[in-house]
Structures are given as structure tokens and as C-alpha cells.
Design a protein around this ligand. Structure first.
Ligand code: ADP
Ligand code: MG
Length: 258
């Protein structure tokens, strides 16, 4: 890797992860510059979600290193040895990393606005008025200015996912991780969520996006990596990888999803 850790928003080096005897990540490298959108594609079970979860230390890695904005994730290095951070320190790191999942997991008993306000109110010492103002603006930004008082049960899947994005943004993350954010949606609702993500990208948010939406990857992605069986098989500019895949496994996968 030629760029220094300090210049990258995400850097992963030789990341290994096993669940018991099952090695799921077999030496993953990744470099994402500030403001870039990195899309991750690959067959089911290839380790995409696991890798994403390693980036904010929801999973402990068994080897290698991950840095976010120059800080080692989950560990402190002292005398050449890695020491795992305490839960409180991990939580503090995680606050600057927003995550959006396939399933939106909104609190059903809270309105859209309350869902967006929840984390900043619980975690940060900000005034309620300040948080409310920001949450209201974020809901407007994802096109839900008229739904602040609506409960998740009354929202479509696409609207719920946009609330989930606003909720992640409420913590002012420097990095957003998306794990198949449109995979659980009816086809006609996919576009509205991708549009919000595209706006976010254009505003300069650094994003790592696991997705099967090849069109999104081609249009919005700055880089694309294809994972299979725990390794990065191929990486490059989305247009190049999609139009001219070099490896048989990439060709076979794209042949199925395109
Ligand atoms: P993808 O997101 O690419 O579909 P995953 O990262 O979810 O792949 O899973 C990769 C592999 O790791 C799969 O074989 C899956 O069954 C396994 N796996 C994921 N999470 C766990 C876990 N908590 N315990 C055991 N195996 C797991
Ligand atoms: Mg997954």
C-alpha cells in the first residue's frame, strides 16, 4: 500500500477473521480515501458483512489491522503489541462510524423524529433543542420532512430505511457503512434509498457500501472490490471491473447479477 495511513479514511491490512474453525476473511486489504465511495460486491457467504462489521469492531479480528481516520480500530499498539481497547473506548470509536443494515431496526414505539434523536440524546451531552433541530433537518434531507411524527409501522420500507440513514447521520459520522441497504426492499422502493445515498456521496461523505446494485456501484462508486470466499479477488475503478473483469470468478458473478 503506497498511501500512508494518515491520508486514508479506512485502511485494512491483511485482515483475518475466523469463527471457530471457519476462516471467513483470509487477508483482506482495503484503502478508502476521505470522500470516496467504495462498493463491495460478492456472492452470499463471501465475508462481506463480516468485513464491514470488523471495520467498527462489532467483530474482533484474528489478524491484521484496520485503521479508521488514522486510528487503529479496537486496539492500542504498545511496545509492538496490540492491546484490545476497553468497551467504553470501542464505543467511543464506533460513534464516529455510522452503520445502516439491510433490516432497518427502528424503534417501533418511537416516531421517526424520536428514532433520529435517540442516540445523540443518550450518548452525547447535547441539548434536546439542538438535537431536535438537527434531527428535523436530517429527516428533511432524506425527503421525510413531512413524516417526523410518524411511527415506523406507518412508513414504507424505503421510508424506514431513509429514517435509518438519518439516524446514523445524527451522530455526525466521518464514515458510513452500508450493508445491503436495499436488499430487503420491494423493487419500486430501492431507487429512493439509493438516491439518498447518492446525495450523501455527492456531499462528500466517505462510504463503504456492500450492495448488489451494480448500477449504483458504477455510477456512484469511486472504487469497487469483488470478494469471494474471504479474499478480495479483484479491485479497481467500478467501470473497469464491471465492463472488463479480469478473473473468472468475477466474470461468473457479474454474469449472474447483471
Ligand atoms: P456475506 O455478507 O458475504 O454474505 P457473511 O460475512 O455474512 O457473508 O458470512 C461469511 C461466512 O461467515 C458465512 O459462511 C457465514 O455463515 C459465516 N458467519 C458469519 N457470521 C458468523 C457467526 N457469528 N458465527 C459463525 N459463522 C458466521
Ligand atoms: Mg451479508
Amino acid at each position: 500500500m503506497t498511501e500512508s495511513t494518515a491520508d486514508l479514511m479506512v485502511r485494512a491490512e491483511n485482515v483475518h477473521k475466523s469463527f471457530g474453525p471457519l476462516e471467513v476473511l483470509k487477508g483482506i486489504d482495503l484503502a478508502v480515501r476521505p470522500g470516496e465511495v467504495c462498493c463491495v460486491i460478492g456472492p452470499s457467504g463471501s465475508g462481506k458483512s463480516t468485513f464491514l462489521r470488523c471495520i467498527n469492531h462489532l467483530e474482533k479480528i484474528n489478524g491484521g489491522r484496520i485503521w479508521v481516520d488514522g486510528d487503529l480500530v479496537g486496539y492500542r499498539e504498545r511496545g509492538g503489541k496490540l492491546h484490545e481497547l476497553r468497551e467504553k473506548e470501542v464505543a467511543a470509536q464506533r460513534q464516529s462510524i455510522g452503520m445502516v443494515f439491510q433490516r432497518f431496526n427502528l424503534f417501533p414505539h418511537m416516531t421517526a423524529l424520536e428514532n433520529v434523536m435517540e442516540a445523540p440524546l443518550r450518548v452525547r451531552r447535547e441539548s434536546k433543542a439542538e438535537v431536535r433541530e438537527r434531527a428535523t433537518a436530517l429527516l428533511a434531507r432524506v425527503g421525510l420532512g413531512d413524516k417526523v411524527g410518524t411511527y415506523p409501522g406507518q412508513l414504507s420500507g424505503g421510508q424506514q430505511q431513509r429514517v435509518a440513514i438519518a439516524r446514523a447521520l445524527a451522530m455526525r459520522p466521518k464514515l458510513m457503512l452500508f450493508d445491503e441497504p436495499t436488499s430487503a426492499l420491494d423493487p419500486e422502493l430501492v431507487g429512493e434509498v439509493l438516491d439518498v445515498m447518492k446525495d450523501l456521496a455527492q456531499e462528500g461523505m466517505t462510504m463503504v457500501v456492500v450492495t448488489h446494485e451494480i448500477g449504483f456501484a458504477r455510477e456512484v462508486g469511486d472504487s469497487l472490490i469483488f470478494m469471494d470466499d474471504g479474499v478480495v479477488v479483484e479491485a479497481g475503478a467500478p467501470r473497469d471491473v464491471i465492463a472488463n473483469p479480469q478473473h473468472d470468478r468475477t466474470k461468473a458473478f457479474l454474469g449472474k447479477v447483471l
